[in-house]
Structures are given as structure tokens and as C-alpha cells.
Write a protein that binds this ligand. Structure first.
Ligand code: UT7
Length: 324
């Protein structure tokens, strides 16, 4: 018998307000055509005034718990991947814990920017495999609209707000890659590329939250190079190949990065879950949002082999292989 962290529920939440690309044509030197053709984004959701990351996360958590048939008190740990917390502290995870009325277990945040959900999944897997938790609620939640410089056309048209959540449960597997659950993880970072994607403020520097700054084109090239390689490394660790993949569930930053990665892996775009057109880049929320939407659309089915992969500020990147 081998312990496996198996996904037993998934859910998501998106703020009500939808902003189409055409809105930006009113205030910026940009066009719907440029945004669509360069990024694949058509619209994004933006949180209402007063609607915070923990609110989005709690809505997504409730949906995932309902899907899993669990109560909050069945959960041993909550991990929230976010770079846009409500406050500097406490963690968004403890705020979600409080909002769910959960008084047992433990909760903490993971900060690996757009790769955050993959890092959170790997941490949740480690907690389950080491026997420290039986059920872990893993959430990706962001309000990137709060760190946008709305005068910078190169960044503000790309990001959106949202949250997605997954319930992982310890179950016995056979130790084979036909088992359900997380089959392999691959995490990486390289602190020498900090300037490619960062926020120009923070607690111990400016005492402000700052605005997102990005060298889009340089990051684009790094992304295509690193994403296929981390995905293939994780598949290799699981004893699997590109041809075994049912769905790539990628970080949704740019359709051209997603397509470039799939092409490098020799996987057709028919096997890629795409939400970038509707959500934009929601950073750590984008993979759990895509998992939840992919399941709701009837694309992701029990037994499917999923490859999640993401890259973001740090740089930090990685991949998690999940048998659904
Ligand atoms: O989630 C973390 C990971 N994030 C990413 O991986 C994002 C990676 N980067 C990208 O997705 C793409 O690089 C972008 C979508 C950001 C940009 O696409 P690009 O094809 O790399 O364009 P570019 O940055 O090379 O810019 C091309 C031109 C520039 O004008 P010049 O210098 O050629 O005259 C930009 O100033 O497009 C201009 N431009 C715009 N034009 C109209 C930049 N933003 C806009 C805009 N509307 N919104």
C-alpha cells in the first residue's frame, strides 16, 4: 500500500464584475485586437470594492467542500497560495479558517506568485504523505487588480481576480502510476531573475503594497523554456510520458505560452484546459480555476492524467502530476 493525496472535491469563485478588453480602449492606447492576439485574453473578472482575497478564497473553499461532501471540520489543514493577501498578516488561510467557522487543524499561506498553487499542492502532498494531515484544503486566491498600475498598458490588461480550491484526501493506492492522486511533483526557483516580474513596494521597503512590474517579452521566452521542461521532469518522476497525458492544466498567463509549451511536449491543444480567454492571468488562482471549470465543462473525468504547470515571479516554476 502507498499513501496518495487524492482530489475529492474542487470549486471556484469569480467576482461578479466582468471587464471586457474594449473597456481599456477608453483609457489606454490599446485595442481589443492587440490584447486578444498577443495574450488570448478577452475578458477578466475584477473584485468589487471591499471584496478581498479571503472572501474569494472562502467562496471557492465552500464550493470545493460541497463537491467533496465534506464539512469544514473534516479538514486538517488549509493552504492558501496568494501574493495579494488581505493584510500583511495574519495569513489569508487563517482568515478562511475563521470564515468557515473551523477551529481545529492549522492554516498557512504559500507565496510563490503565479506558481503558488503548484507549490501549495506539493506542500499539501508532503503533509499527507508524512501523515501530518488526512484532508487538506488547497486554495489559490488573488486580487491582482489591487496591484495593477492602471496607466501601464503592458501589464494592467493581462490580469484578473478569482479563486479556486481543491480538497485532497489521504487514500491508499497500489504504488503504481495508475493510482488516483498526486503521482509526482517538481519545484524550481532561480532568484537571479527577480527583475523580470516583481512588485515595486512592500512592508520593509516602501511600506506600501506597490505595483506589478514585468519584462513581458523576456519572461515569455523563459516561460516556454521552463514549463515544458518541468512538466516532462515531473512526468518522468511518475514513470509516465507526454503521450500518457489526458489534460495539460496550465497556468493561464498567455495562450501563446500555453500553446508553445504544449507544442514542445508534442501534445495537441485539444488536450489543454483553456480559461485564459475568460479569466485573464489570475496568478495562483489560475490552475485551480481551470481544474474546476474543466471539471464543470465535462472535460476532466475520473482517472484522467493531468499535468499542472506554472511559472511566475521569483522566478519560481514547477509541475504537479495528478491522476484525477
Ligand atoms: O503569470 C506570470 C507569467 N507571466 C507571463 O508569463 C507573461 C509573459 N509575457 C507575455 O505574456 C507577453 O510578453 C505579453 C502579452 C506581456 C506581451 O506580448 P509580446 O508579444 O511579448 O509583446 P512585447 O512586450 O514585445 O511588446 C510589443 C509591442 C511593444 O511596442 P513596440 O516597442 O514594439 O513599439 C509594446 O509597447 O506592443 C506594445 N504593447 C502594447 N500595444 C498595445 C504593450 N502592451 C500593449 C497594449 N496594447 N496593451
Amino acid at each position: 500500500m502507498t499513501l496518495r493525496a487524492v482530489a475529492i472535491g474542487v470549486g471556484h469563485y469569480l467576482p461578479e464584475r466582468i471587464v471586457p478588453n474594449s473597456e481599456f480602449e477608453k483609457t489606454l492606447d490599446t485595442t481589443d485586437e492587440w490584447i486578444r492576439s498577443r495574450s488570448g485574453i478577452e475578458r477578466r473578472h475584477i473584485a468589487a470594492e471591499g471584496e478581498t482575497t479571503s472572501h474569494l478564497a472562502t467562496h471557492a473553499a465552500r464550493a470545493a467542500l460541497a463537491d467533496a461532501g465534506c464539512e469544514a471540520d473534516d479538514i486538517d489543514a488549509i493552504i492558501v497560495a496568494t501574493s495579494t493577501p488581505d493584510l500583511t498578516f495574519p495569513s489569508v488561510a487563517t482568515m478562511v479558517q475563521g470564515q468557515l467557522g473551523m477551529t481545529r487543524g492549522f492554516a498557512f499561506d504559500v507565496q510563490a506568485v503565479c506558481a503558488g498553487f503548484v507549490f501549495a499542492l506539493a506542500n499539501a502532498n508532503a503533509l499527507i504523505l508524512s501523515g501530518q494531515a488526512k484532508r487538506v484544503l488547497v486554495i489559490g486566491a488573488e486580487t491582482f487588480s489591487r496591484i495593477m498600475d492602471w496607466t501601464d498598458r503592458a501589464t494592467c490588461v493581462l490580469f484578473g481576480d478569482g479563486a479556486g480550491a481543491l480538497v485532497l484526501e489521504a487514500q491508499d493506492g497500489k504504488g503504481a502510476n495508475a493510482d488516483r492522486g498526486i503521482l509526482a511533483t517538481d519545484l524550481n526557483s532561480d532568484g537571479s531573475h527577480r527583475e523580470m516580474l516583481y512588485v515595486d513596494g512592500g512592508v520593509s521597503t516602501t511600506q506600501t503594497s506597490g505595483y506589478l512590474r514585468m519584462q513581458g517579452n523576456a519572461l515569455f521566452r523563459k516561460a516556454v523554456e521552463k514549463l515544458a521542461s518541468t512538466a516532462e521532469t515531473a512526468l518522468f518522476k511518475a514513470g509516465l510520458e507526454d503521450s500518457d497525458v489526458d489534460w495539460i492544466v496550465p497556468h493561464q498567463a498567455n495562450i501563446r505560452i500555453i500553446a508553445g509549451t504544449a507544442k514542445k511536449m508534442g501534445i495537441s491543444m485539444d488536450h489543454v484546459i483553456l480559461t485564459v480567454q475568460d479569466h485573464g492571468n489570475t496568478s495562483a488562482a489560475s490552475i485551480p480555476l481551470a481544474l474546476s471549470v474543466g471539471k464543470a465543462r465535462g472535460q476532466i473525468k475520473p482517472g484522467d492524467l493531468l499535468v499542472t504547470e506554472a511559472i511566475g515571479g521569483g522566478l519560481a516554476w514547477g509541475s504537479v502530476i495528478i491522476r484525477w
